[in-house]
Design a protein around this ligand. Sequence first.
Ligand code: NDP
Length: 442
Amino acid sequence: MSYISEVKAAVAARNPNQSEFMQTVDEVLTTIAPVVENDPIYRKNSILERITEPDRQIMFRVAWTDDNGNMQVNRGYRVQFNNAIGPYKGGLRLHPSVNLSIIKFLGFEQIFKNSLTGLPIGGGKGGSDFDPKGKSEREIREFCFSFMTELARHIGADVDVPAGDIGVGGREIGYMYGQYKRIKNVYEGVLTGKGLTYGGSLTRTEATGYGLVYIVDNMLDANGKSFKGKTVAISGSGNVAIYAAQKAQALGAKVVTMSDSNGWVFDPNGIDLAVVRDIKEVKRGRIKEYAERVKGAEYHDSGKVWQVKCDIALPCATQNELDANDAKTLVKNKVLAVGEGANMPSTTEAIEVFQSAGVLFMPAKAANAGGVAVSALEMSQNSQRLSWTFEEVDARLKNIMKGIFDKTASAAKQYSNEKDYVAGANIAGFLKVAQAMIAQGV
Ligand code: NDP
């Protein structure tokens, strides 16, 4: 039995009922085979057994009172996966679907993504099955305070630095930061995505979406193409989706779709982002309102944005939102390129459909690394007690995304085939972490 098959079987046996975690372990281990099976050093050091087992998995009770005075209980998580190359770093997700498998899949992906950025950050992830939708301001604040009351004892600026993810934006980070400061009595960069008045970095809000478009642009450019004049389908209408749409439009593309968990809109004239931002960022409403406000736009509460004909598809909502049938529809409609803004939005089968049809495919680990990269720049600014300008951070982000593209493309060329960016990203991310783990012996 190959080393990889042995480890996959052992990880599956040890983590029953963790389908999302197994999905990413399967993908990563399969694609790094050309490296791992050809050098005995990895088996000798049990690198795969070590890298698939988190350093620490913390689960805790989060109790809070709702507006009716009733006590509610949620479960909080922080998985500190790997700190071989830097303090644990990764977002916090607040969504009713959150469970240990989802947090572990996100934390595992984060190890390789953070390595690819070239910055000194390890991998971690956390969150809760709390549903922020429909909660009052007071309920959100109380939940965040209660969540941080436990989390505070496990994190620190040089230990573990959480950030936002689904359901966690500037408001939630603010409340969590306030509570951390109150408990620890220290003013340090323990969270990223902070407000600009208390240590946040310019460009952090835009970073994941902009970074996604920068790296897809690098990929298009390497293949003699560009965003100019292209039709783009985007799913989601949250942080990543909004700023991906903004940058794609700035590069001359027409974005025609956006969605949320209730449905999706198609605007043949090109999405009016000012309206989307007002609905989502100001009113915290539903995407359905877009079609009520913009003439010519359609709202659908069934089907998916992937049925719309487009040149470039950017899934920016959640995991496994694009399956093999969606991929076949996109291929039939002659999609040219796909870039994953969300984490693991395409199923394994969908990726196979894209790759075998020759569609340019940039996986999440590379494509959405811009957010964590600017988070690491926020950490640097906090340590130095400095604030860089928007232009300075944006220029660094652009350079980092180019660096990720180059590393990904060159590992793809060396170990697989030149367009296999999935293998390229996994291998390039893995090599650095594995070397550090071997050197440190833990
Ligand atoms: P937001 O909470 O800002 O937005 C999420 C969007 O996706 C919303 O439109 C939401 O709709 C939709 N969505 C969430 N869950 C589902 C679901 N189960 N089915 C359908 N739609 C859903 O999150 P972000 O934009 O921050 O995150 C989006 C993705 O990007 C996630 O996969 C996240 O892990 C990833 N990511 C985010 C980074 C960041 O910096 N924020 C960095 C790297 C990756 P609704 O409002 O109805 O819930």
